[in-house]
Ligand binder design. Structure first.
Ligand code: NAP
Length: 492
């Protein structure tokens, strides 16, 4: 058995953040197991045309590792991948990583007080502490459409993009109109002979203030990091206002939500003249029920004569193309599935996790509601830090979540060591109090008070509860991460 102090599952930004924090705590004996063949998580797996971050890059990065070299306010995907590589280099993480290793199960060994983590190649890695950083958007969703397996052309999911595929002059169809399609479709429209976009649910789209970062600004950021920090604060403050005002405090600040909706409607009206197309692109659910996106190109692309927006439901796919419910055919050479990811069925957790007395985390969550203390730990699962837990996602930039979790780990491990302990487990009381508080808070949000029916939002679990996002400000999350009562845990 491969023995370590800590096992981390996932070499994306979450897993790397956990590793950096452990190293800061002096824990260097760790292994990072990664399913893919390189690091970077989302930013390694996704490389479809048009991929870019849709949170300003100065905010979508570790605060302690600013990158003065972003070429745009919203950096392209390959710069995020390069940034991940830079971070791994800078914090000496690569030597801990094992690629092409898919974890199948993790079991708590009560006698050894360790986690045993099995992989699909039959190896077992043992750690005193287990960190799961498997991401939320890591299991591609393949749509269950009748006959899709019979399609004879090129079929590709956006998370499995074939860089060698040349779609120039082809008839192309895209299923889905989420954030991924919004980035990809304008790129495909540039090369395809004809592009058809199959929309089931429209998405709220805000203008994207995206500009190249002039080289002089990059030099200033490098020489005077405070200047970039100011830009980061500005970006974070705007995102926080959007999230807190527009989504979380809907009960008292619904005007914010309406203002965000109006901004998106005005953006659509400015870019699309045809009232019928405008109507079909206008969501019927409240802003914030589902993740909105930012684009200046989405609407103009759909207004192009060589692009068709198809809103009739897809009845089936056959070897030549798609057939809609009204019997019309769209024959295509390439069918792109921009159908997103399955979160709730397969990601909570991403593999079997058995805690004390064989408690099965996935079953327990499904039988007892999705919950995790501060979005990090779960009763019955000692020494498990579950980074992709219910209520863990805080704010719009994922780095806010990562950094508040790093802070929680710092406080927890410091408290544990001060007690001469090596084992922690969150108490049932602390967990229950947190769950009750989050449940109360959700009642004030757009998820409870807005009209979210028909949004098809992955913010909601299979029971219809909005248990993905932490319904507090990111400031609250960060504050609690540094101040939670240490007696929220039992130590041994
Ligand atoms: P998504 O938001 O889940 O969108 C999937 C789309 O596919 C939806 O429009 C969905 O329609 C449609 N769909 C799924 N199954 C279908 C079916 N059987 N028939 C017809 N339509 C179907 O996925 P995504 O666009 O990949 O984005 C996922 C998340 O990734 C985003 O919310 C965002 O958090 C992240 N993302 C971030 C960036 C970035 O720049 N940071 C870029 C891309 C993605 P319904 O809505 O009707 O279900």
């Amino acid at each position: 058995m491969d023995m370590h102090d800590a096992v981390i599952v996932g070499a994306g930004f979450g897993g790397m953040g956990a590793a950096i924090q452990l190293k800061r705590l002096g824990i260097d004996d760790l292994v990072i197991l990664e399913r893919e063949d390189d690091l970077g998580g989302t930013w390694h797996v996704n490389h479809y045309p048009g991929l870019a971050v849709d949170i300003p890059s100065s905010t979508y990065s570790y605060s302690f590792e600013p990158n003065p070299h972003w070429t745009r306010l919203f950096a392209p995907g390959k710069e995020l991948k390069a940034y991940a590589e830079h971070v791994a280099e800078r914090y000496d993480l690569r030597r801990h990583m094992v690629f092409g290793t898919s974890v199948s199960a993790a079991v708590w060994d009560e006698d050894a007080q360790r986690w045993h983590v099995s992989t699909s190649d039959g190896s077992v890695h043992s750690g005193r502490w287990l960190f799961t950083a498997t991401g939320f958007l890591s299991q591609p969703r393949l749509p269950e459409i009748a006959g899709i397996e019979s399609f004879a052309g090129r079929l590709v999911h956006t998370a499995d993009w074939d860089d060698s595929a040349d779609l120039t002059g082809e008839r192309v169809a895209v299923i889905g109109t989420g954030a991924t399609a919004v980035q990809l479709v304008p790129e495909l429209a540039r090369v395809a002979e004809h592009l058809t976009v199959f929309q089931r649910t429209p998405i709220w789209v805000a203008p994207k203030p995206d500009y190249p970062v002039p080289s002089v600004a990059r030099r200033v950021f490098a020489a005077l990091p405070l200047t970039q920090r100011l830009v980061r604060w500005g970006g974070s403050a705007l995102l926080e206002a959007l999230m807190v005002g527009g989504v979380l405090h809907y009960k008292n600040l619904s005007a914010f939500n309406r203002a965000a909706e109006l901004m998106c409607r005005a953006h659509l009206a400015r870019q699309v003249r045809d009232p019928e197309l405008r109507r079909r692109l206008t969501p019927s659910y409240s802003f914030g029920c589902k993740r909105p996106t930012f684009s200046n190109e989405w609407f103009p692309t759909l207004a192009r004569p060589d692009v068709t927006l198809e809103t009739e439901p897809i009845a089936r796919v056959d070897e030549r193309g798609l057939v809609t419910a009204d019997g019309r055919r769209t024959d295509v050479d390439t069918l792109v599935l921009a159908t997103g990811f399955n979160l709730w069925d397969v990601n909570f957790p991403a593999f079997e996790v058995l805690g004390r007395e064989g408690r099965n985390l996935g079953k327990w969550w499904r039988d007892h509601r999705f919950q995790a203390y501060e979005g990090v730990t779960v009763p019955g699962f000692p020494n498990l830090v579950s980074l992709n837990s219910p209520y863990s996602y805080s704010g719009l930039s994922y780095f806010t979540t990562i950094e508040s979790q790093m802070k929680h780990v710092e406080r927890l491990f410091t408290g544990m060591r001060e007690r001469g302990a090596t084992v922690f487990e969150v108490t049932q009381e602390a967990n229950d109090e947190f769950l009750e508080r989050m449940t109360d808070r959700v009642a004030d949000t757009v998820f409870a008070l807005g009209s979210c029916e028909g949004a098809h939002s992955y913010y909601f679990n299979q029971h219809g509860e909005a248990t993905l996002l932490r319904p507090t400000s990111t400031l609250n999350a960060l504050r609690e991460a540094g101040r939670f009562p240490l007696d929220a845990y039992d130590y041994a």
